[in-house]
Design a protein around this ligand. Structure first.
Ligand code: IMP
Length: 177
């Protein structure tokens, strides 16, 4: 059996907790009293979403959307489509998109445009990580956890070929020959 790549830790569980707490504080300050709709982008954001909303002590609604953009490896196909859509009404809602990572930005830019067409009262983006060096489509991140280098990240919901989502830390997969 060929050997599994082994991630090198970039952010520990403790560093992630501190950052999620900071983001929850920023989001609470802006959304308390508004009943926002938080839309998590599957699958990568599920762990972040779960930790984040436990720290938000005001009424909110949770939805998930699933988009496809990546192939089986580390590169985006560039073509985005909705694989699993939304049940909640978007029109007139204060919508906050919860992303795991903005890499090229193609997926997020597509999603924000898709949601904007549904006429929300407001639309903002929270992303745990941002890889600005890879950007192809401009994206404004209103609530950002970590700016990350141009490396492939795994753990805390992020996968490589569906593996490593369960790591409590965020690690980097180095390219192997
Ligand atoms: P983008 O369209 O290139 O911004 O990529 C969007 C999606 O690709 C993210 O929501 C992730 O699911 C996946 N992705 C991008 N970079 C990484 C990474 O470093 N690790 C794991 N998944 C990634």
């Amino acid at each position: 059996m060929c050997s599994e790549p082994k991630p090198t830790i970039l952010f520990t569980k403790g560093e992630i907790e501190t950052t999620v707490r900071r983001l929850a504080g920023e989001i609470s300050r802006d959304y308390r009293g508004k009943y926002p709709l938080l839309i998590g982008v599957l699958k990568g954001s599920f762990m972040f979403m779960a930790d984040l909303i436990r720290l938000l002590d005001f009424p909110l609604e949770v939805e998930f959307i699933r988009l496809s953009s990546y192939g089986k490896d580390k590169e985006s196909s560039g073509k985005v489509k909705v694989v699993q859509g939304l049940r909640s009404q978007i029109k007139g809602r204060d919508v906050l998109v919860i992303e795991d990572i903005v890499d090229t930005g193609l997926t997020t830019a597509f999603l924000l445009d898709y949601l904007q067409k549904k006429k929300p009262a407001s639309l903002r983006l929270c992303s745990l990580t941002d890889k600005p060096s890879r950007r192809k489509a401009p994206v404004i991140i209103d609530y950002l956890g970590f700016t990350v280098p141009n490396k492939f990240l795994v753990g805390y919901g992020l996968d490589w070929n569906e593996k490593f989502r369960n790591l409590p830390d965020i690690g980097v997969l180095e390219d192997e020959e």
